[in-house]
Design a protein around this ligand. Sequence first.
Ligand code: SF4
Ligand code: SF4
Length: 110
Amino acid sequence: MIRQNTAIACIACEYCTSGCPQNIMIPSYFALYNSLKRTTGSSSSQVLYYHNTSIAAGSKPGDCIACGQCEKSCPQHLPIRQYLKEVAQKFESSDLFPKMPSQLKRGISQ
Ligand code: SF4
Ligand code: SF4
C-alpha cells in the first residue's frame, strides 16, 4: 500500500549527502515529497518542515547545480537531479505557499 504511493525509492542511507557542494539534504527532501504524496489532508506540516530544513541547511533543492556527484554514490541509482527538480517544483509552487504562515513566507523570500 505504502509502496504504491511512494514516489521516490530513497532508503535514506545518506551516502549522497557528504559530497554535495551545495549541502542539500537530499534524503530529507525525498522523505517529505513521499509524505506529501501519501497525505490526503493538509500539507502544511510538510511545507513547514521543508522550509525549516532549507533554512537550517542553508540550501534547498532548487540550489542543485547538477554536478552529478550524489548520483555516483546512490545504491538505488536514483535520478537525484531530476527528482530534486520535481521536489522544488512541488514545494515551491504557488498552490502550497498560501498554506504557510505569512510571517515565515516573508522570511524565506528574503
Ligand atoms: S547534483 Fe545537485 S544534489 Fe547532487 S551533489 Fe551535485 S549539487 Fe548536490
Ligand atoms: S544515496 Fe540514494 S538512497 Fe541513499 S539517501 Fe541518497 S538518494 Fe536516498
